[in-house]
Design a protein around this ligand. Structure first.
Ligand code: AMP
Length: 287
């Protein structure tokens, strides 16, 4: 498989124009790289549904806060390209920040056009501790859509709030593509795969296992008929390792994103914690 690694927007657009002339169906999988089996599941889905698949690998500076891990975030482009080649990806698009945002690092909203999703969706869950994060995400995703003109774009339910916001953005702005949600991929012991798992010490990793454990218990209780979110919340609190710093445990209707007090089908149960310095998120949608 001849997988192209391209850094220039112009080169990507040239390929896309040719594919469009042939009426080919194009799939985009946006990532920040350090690819793992979670990303691979999105790519495999894209390969099933599309004639041509583009994977973007871009650690997007405008979605990181000043005290976050932008500089430290793992960058493994050679390994990423190999994984993409094995999976039959057509283009790996790995631009530099300058290529995406212009020379000179003018990255604030006084200098750059931002796409800002509704405040009600961005001031809660991850948005509460990461102000501006989802504006940065919506902006880069819009740019990637404009560069690659995909018919389908693939997003993981792992980042459930992001998935909800992107779907809303596509609808609100009449973007001409369909978002395909993909289920969370986990390690055998339940830990949701994440590029940030590489930061975890062995001890922190054992603490982190209690995140998926508590979500599983909530699912079990819900299936037994317990819907009171305060009970479900307390259950999670009792299972989460005491060494974890808990940022939130929230229950939201995944149709409307409104907070729910009594769980029902399609309730998103989302958890964010810090294990040492590493921020981890996970969730489950109750059915
Ligand atoms: P990231 O590189 O972390 O920005 O993730 C890129 C895409 O992969 C996003 O749509 C994520 O939701 C998705 N993703 C990350 N981890 C997983 C996972 N464990 N299972 C499924 N999708 C994932």
């Amino acid at each position: 498989m001849n997988t192209l690694l391209l850094n220039k927007i112009y080169d990507v657009k040239l390929n896309i124009t040719n594919w469009k002339k042939d009426n080919l169906i194009i799939g985009l999988v946006p990532t920040m790289g350090a690819l793992h089996k979670g990303h691979a599941s999105l790519i495999k889905k894209a390969k099933e549904m599309c004639d041509k698949v583009v994977v973007s690998v871009f650690v997007n500076p405008i979605q990181f806060g000043p005290n976050e891990d932008y500089n430290k975030y793992p960058r493994t482009i050679d390994a990423d390209k190999n994984i993409c080649a094995e999976l039959g990806v057509d283009i790996v698009f790995a631009p530099t920040p300058n290529e995406m945002y212009g020379e000179g690092n003018k990255l604030s909203n006084t200098e750059l056009t931002f796409v800002c999703p509704p405040y009600n969706l961005t001031d809660c869950l991850c948005g509460k501790s990461r102000p501006g994060h989802f504006d940065g995400v919506a902006t880069v995703v819009t740019k990637l859509f404009n560069i690659t003109s995909p018919n389908y774009a693939f997003f993981g339910q792992k980042d459930a709030q992001q998935l909800y916001i992107i779907k809303k953005m596509v609808k609100d702005l009449n973007m001409n593509l369909t978002i395909i949600p993909c289920p969370i991929v986990r390690e055998n012991d339940g830990l949701a795969l994440s590029s940030r798992n590489s930061y975890l010490s062995a001890e922190e990793r054992t603490w982190a296992l209690t995140i998926s454990k508590s979500l599983k218990e909530i699912e079990k209780l819900y299936k037994q008929g317990i819907t009171d979110c305060s009970i479900l919340f307390d259950t999670a609190m009792s299972i989460l390792d005491k060494n974890l710093e808990i940022e939130y445990i929230e229950f939201r209707d995944f149709n409307t994103f409104e907070e729910v007090k009594s769980a029902k089908n399609n309730t998103l149960t989302a958890i964010a914690v810090k294990a040492g310095k590493t921020r981890l998120i996970d969730n489950i949608i109750l059915v």
